[in-house]
Design a protein around this ligand. Structure first.
Ligand code: KIV
Ligand code: ZN
Length: 389
């Protein structure tokens, strides 16, 4: 059977909340978790229960209120972590434990001061231990982006044999190029004998601005879960942005061989706003899909085309992603069509000749400001003496 569904694993409340200054309390986390469930994500990573009593309490509280979505807790490959995560997830309808360990030689040497063989043993032991508590165990091979593919394949085979149901291949440092990350996933698909027993997951960081591209390359190569955050928030330069991967998959469904997600895309902008407000972390204006300027047109050439037919400069209908709508911003780069259009919207109908004259006056105002407002236009319109026909 062809399986084209991409499971969306949201880690806004775990990896996303690791952003300095963005700490949330339990009430705020519950509000976001409920909104994520409404959005249609498949898995909510609610926190890292052993990390603090507050995080434990949040995972526990989220486990009680979420009814359909899988709730996941992060652990190191350490028995105590796993026991604590299992306790926090006790009330979850669909609990998942996400355990793992470093997989690159850099991590094995510098973080763990150990050998590949010991990593294999610890990984298998932690996975088996987690399976004592839940049926759904995801294993992460930290820094897989820089790991040797042959060793990574052995590690993944080992944890699947030990009971992992999902295998996460993180590009922890955002190092890979899209074709390299795609080849890594393809290597695992072709070289791990029991790979059909687990779902492969992409978890990409954005240090080089490639997280979305890498996640899509992973999905093309056979991964069926993508780990991401609202607004792409996360450690350093952030994680894969949920709204970006979801809309790439939706826009390119055919080219991607029928891949799809179950995300209700109209909820993307409201949820982006909720996360931004709750975390007090503004969204950059030019952010794809959810930035304030994602559907704003300010240059004359673009405005003229857009006003003739929106599709000339917009590949997504703003309504489809719950944005307020397209905006024509009047600046010194705007043209006559945008000016005439705005005058019409605020109640003035001018002839072409009138607009020619008014446009010169408009430019004088526009050169002194970042954006010309409706109030400025009212002033121009009221002072205007029409030219003789
Ligand atoms: O980036 C990473 O490797 C992680 C793991 C803990 C999954 O966040
Ligand atoms: Zn991460």
């Amino acid at each position: 059977m062809v399986n084209n569904k991409i499971h969306i694993f949201d880690t806004t409340l775990r990896d996303g909340e690791q952003v300095p200054g963005c700490k949330l309390n339990t009430k705020e986390k519950i509000e976001i978790a409920l909104a994520l469930e409404e959005l249609g994500v498949d898995i909510i990573e609610a926190g890292f229960p052993i990390s603090s009593p507050g995080d434990f309490a949040s995972v526990e509280a989220i486990s009680k209120v979420i009814k359909n979505t899988t709730v996941c807790g992060l652990t190191r490959a350490v028995e105590k972590d796993i026991e604590v995560a299992a306790a926090a997830l006790k009330s979850a309808v669909r609990p998942r434990i996400h355990t793992g360990i470093g997989s690159s030689d850099i991590h094995i040497k510098h973080k763990f001061n150990t050998t590949r063989e010991v990593i294999l043993e610890r990984a298998a032991k932690a996975t088996k231990f987690a399976r004592n508590f839940v049926d759904d165990v995801e294993f992460f091979a930290e820094d897989a982006g820089r790991a040797d593919n042959e060793f990574l394949a052995r590690l993944i085979e080992t944890v699947i044999a030990a009971g992992a149901t999902v295998v996460n291949i993180p590009d922890t440092t955002g190092y890979c190029l899209p074709h390299q990350y795609g080849e890594k996933i393809a290597y695992l698909v072709n070289n791990v004998p029991n790979i059909d027993k687990a779902i492969i997951s992409c978890h990409c960081h954005n240090d080089l601005g490639l997280a979305t591209a890498n996640s899509i390359a992973g999905a093309i190569a056979g991964a069926r879960q993508i780990e991401c955050t609202i607004n792409g928030i996360g450690e350093r330069a952030g994680n894969t942005s949920l709204e970006e991967v979801v809309m790439v998959i939706k826009q390119h469904e055919k080219s991607l061989g029928g891949l799809y997600t179950d995300i209700k895309t109209q909820r993307l902008n409201p949820l982006s706003q909720l996360v931004s407000d709750t975390m007090r972390m503004p969204v950059q204006p030019n952010k794809a899909i959810v930035g304030m300027n994602a559907f704003a047109h300010s240059s004359g050439i673009h405005q003229d085309g857009f006003l003739k037919e929106a599709i000339t400069y917009e590949i997504i209908n703003p309504e489809e992603v719950g944005a307020d709508g397209s905006k024509i911003v009047l600046t010194a780069r705007s043209g006559r069509s945008a000016l005439a259009h705005r005058f019409m919207k605020i109640g003035y109908e001018f002839s072409r000749n009138d607009i020619d004259v008014l446009y010169q006056q408009f430019l004088l105002v526009a050169d002194t400001k970042k954006e010309v407002s409706n109030e400025d236009l009212h002033v121009l319109a009221k002072a205007y003496v029409p030219v003789e026909a």
